[in-house]
Design a protein around this ligand. Structure first.
Ligand code: 6R9
Length: 654
């Protein structure tokens, strides 16, 4: 990691913020002036209704006695045996709820069956062709048990790794939960990944089984998955492949190792005892999205992950029993693990999942679903919001979005332009925006604005109670407000990763760059109120004439221009300045790229951020290289420009 060195110099940031601030300040109304300087204050009803109540009080309660704080939350869940100790911290290795026994599926499923939730809808699924399926908690429980019994019949045991390569269907969730039920370690691979990525993940995790579907559907087209699996399992340890056959006529299963998903469930018992897991037993491995390097198998364990995801659903997403929660991510990345599957089911909410594409058959499809299902919590990514901005307000305006109560964002900085659009056009200036900063490694939300707290466009927010975050220099000293530095987490939290699969040394590196602190790999800045703004990945930072420039701020300035839908910037080595900026820009529908527009954009960045941030070159493009989870892969653009090897492309969208 290139964190060291890149934060040495004096920072332009303060000046940039100031210029930006002045410029905007001159052009806005007095109400907006209040919002900009103090943040947006959510409506009173949200402040009063929030599960957390007062942030400051909750945070102080945590600081006063962290172990008590976490033990109270953990006590809301059911354990087969209580813990002997909350935390055993043997830097940099943590054990949470030591001695405790549990099974996460008991809390996601069994625990609800003796309550009014038994016949509550757990899952609503909408397919690419508009078809629907509805599954109650009781039904989900039975399907998971049946499938778990099926896995057992194949000889699957606690600790076995099982690779799941399926589209976003109820069967995928059943497969994931069934693994957890029997104590097998799931390794979910996003179904958009190609053969090489799948193969390397199967090999690295030494998976014994693969659960897949014959096909996924996208924009009305069938995408074959089975043939990818056929090739990916060659020269691996895979013994059996379980295939969910979705197409008719049925895909034939040829080889001896292939079994049909529903045949495996046939005549199986509707109940299986949950495997008694130690709190620190592995729950899953998930390979990171890898915007910057090769994929790492992040390892999470049972007890702490369960507590962290439950806690954040309750207090960050502010779930209520009546919610219809729609997280638009895919279970193939951490947001899907924590906030489609585990967290919401632990809380016992109704979740919507969908195989749809946001702009197919038209850019109104999501808003149609929000209206149709009465979605109350929408959790999506800036990349999707910017895409909708590009298509214009006319699409969401066709639908009634009154059911929405909370809007959440994750994955990249939510630039002020996108924040305001999300807030005004989707939230009708009424719903809180929860911009959640966290990582595959953290397992749960870490820094965010909590419901009821004032929101500041461009800032993720503060550390949630339970987490201590700070912006520091490379020696670990806190930076002053307004100064860019390294974002760190001080001390362990329950859902932190426990290791990188097969590579403890790589795990240690997160904690040993700055003693005692977990270095997240992002640069950030804090303001006077302690709100944290994410500047970008530290590997992406551009150093120009000795100044550090975060990609996020230049991109945000570009996107603020009325013609720009999305932008990515990179640094190109320059003999004089060290680096110059090259920008890649996607225009809003109806605009076309010209030299005049390029000049206008350059001028716009100059006026917003100052001369140093001016792009030396602007290229208009139709699309940007992104990870499957929607993050811009700047290293790919850079490699292209420099004629270099782009490195691992396994996580890149096609
Ligand atoms: C959950 C997830 C982690 C990296 C992280 C940061 C970026 C995520 C963000 C954000 C600004 C937010 N990131 N959320 N940046 N604001 N709200 O995305 O996990 O795929 O591991 O990525 O994503 O750079 O370090 P993961």
């Amino acid at each position: 990691m290139s964190i060291r060195g890149s934060t040495d110099s004096v920072l332009l940031f303060y000046t940039i913020n100031y210029v930006e601030y002045q410029r905007r300040y001159d052009t806005i109304t007095s109400q907006e002036k209040t919002n900009l300087s103090h943040g947006y204050i959510p409506a009173e009803e949200y402040r009063e209704m929030s599960n957390l109540g007062n942030y400051q009080t909750a945070y102080e309660r945590f600081l006063k006695d962290p172990e008590k704080f976490w033990s109270e939350i953990a006590s809301e869940l059911e354990w087969f045996k209580e813990w002997d100790q909350i935390l055993e911290w043997n830097y940099p290795n943590a054990k949470w709820f030591t001695g405790a026994k549990c099974n996460i599926t008991h809390n996601c499923l069994d625990r609800h069956l003796n309550t009014e939730k038994r016949n509550k809808v757990a899952l609503i699924w909408r397919g690419d062709d508009g078809s629907e399926r509805i599954i109650t908690y009781r039904q989900l429980f039975r399907e998971v048990c049946r499938f778990a019994n099926g896995l057992k019949s194949l000889g699957a045991r606690k600790g076995d790794r099982i690779c799941i390569y399926m589209p976003n269907t109820p069967e995928q969730i059943i497969a994931i939960l069934a693994c957890a039920r029997i104590g097998a370690v799931h390794n979910v691979v996003f179904a958009g990944f190609g053969m090489e990525s799948l193969h390397s993940r199967i090999r690295d995790s030494e998976s014994r089984f693969v659960i897949t579907s014959d096909a996924s559907f996208r924009r009305g087209k069938r995408i074959d998955l089975k043939s990818i699996v056929d090739r990916a399992i060659v020269h691996t340890s895979v013994e059996k492949v379980i295939v969910h056959r979705r197409t008719r006529p049925r895909t034939e299963l040829y080889s001896e190792i292939e079994i049909d998903f529903y045949d495996l469930m046939k005549e199986r018992n509707y109940f299986i005892e949950p495997e008694v897991m130690d709190s620190e037993d592995p729950l899953f491995i998930l390979y990171t999205s890898g915007t910057t390097g090769t994929a790492k198998g992040i390892l999470h364990t049972c007890g702490g992950y369960m507590v962290g995801t439950y806690y954040t659903c309750k207090y960050v997403l502010d779930m209520k029993p009546s919610d219809v929660h729609w997280c638009t991510a895919d279970p193939g990345w951490i947001t899907g693990h924590s906030y489609i599957i585990y967290g919401p089911l632990l809380f016992g909410t109704t979740l919507l999942i969908s195989e749809t594409t946001p702009d197919y058959p038209d850019p109104g499809v999501w808003w149609d679903m929000v209206e149709d299902f009465g979605v109350t919590i929408l959790y999506t990514a800036p990349t999707a919001i910017r895409m909708f901005m590009r298509h214009g307000e006319k699409w969401p305006e066709k639908y009634n979005l009154d059911s929405l109560r909370i809007l959440a964002s994750v994955g990249e900085p939510l630039n002020p332009e996108a924040f305001e659009w999300y807030y005004k056009v989707i939230g009708k200036s009424r719903t809180p925006i929860v911009d959640t900063w966290w990582q595959t490694e953290t397992g749960m939300h870490m820094v965010t604005t909590l419901v009821g707290e004032k929101m500041k466009p461009g800032y993720a927010g503060k550390a949630i109670p339970g987490v201590v975050a700070d912006v520091v220099d490379k020696e670990g000293n806190s930076k002053k407000a307004g100064e860019t530095g390294i974002l760190v987490i001080k001390g362990p939290w329950p859902s932190m990763m426990r290791s990188v699969w097969g590579n403890d040394e790589r795990y240690r590196q997160y904690w040993t760059q700055i003693k005692d602190y977990y270095v997240v790999g992002d640069l950030a800045v804090k303001d006077d109120d302690g709100y944290i703004q994410i500047i970008g990945r530290s590997d992406d930072v551009i150093i120009i004439a000795g100044h550090n420039l975060g990609t996020a701020e230049v991109e945000s300035a570009l996107v603020e221009h009325e013609a720009v839908a999305e932008a990515a910037v990179i640094g190109i080595p320059d003999p004089v300045k060290g680096n110059i900026i090259k920008a890649f820009v996607i225009l809003i529908d109806g605009y076309s790229g010209s030299e005049k527009l390029a000049n206008e954009l350059t001028y716009h960045v100059r006026m917003t951020l100052g001369p140093i941030a001016m792009p030396a070159e602007i290229k208009f493009v139709e699309s940007l290289p992104k990870t499957r989870s929607g993050k811009i892969m700047r290293r790919v653009l850079k490699a292209q420009e420099m004629g270099e090897d782009p490195g691992d492309l396994s996580t890149m969208e096609e």
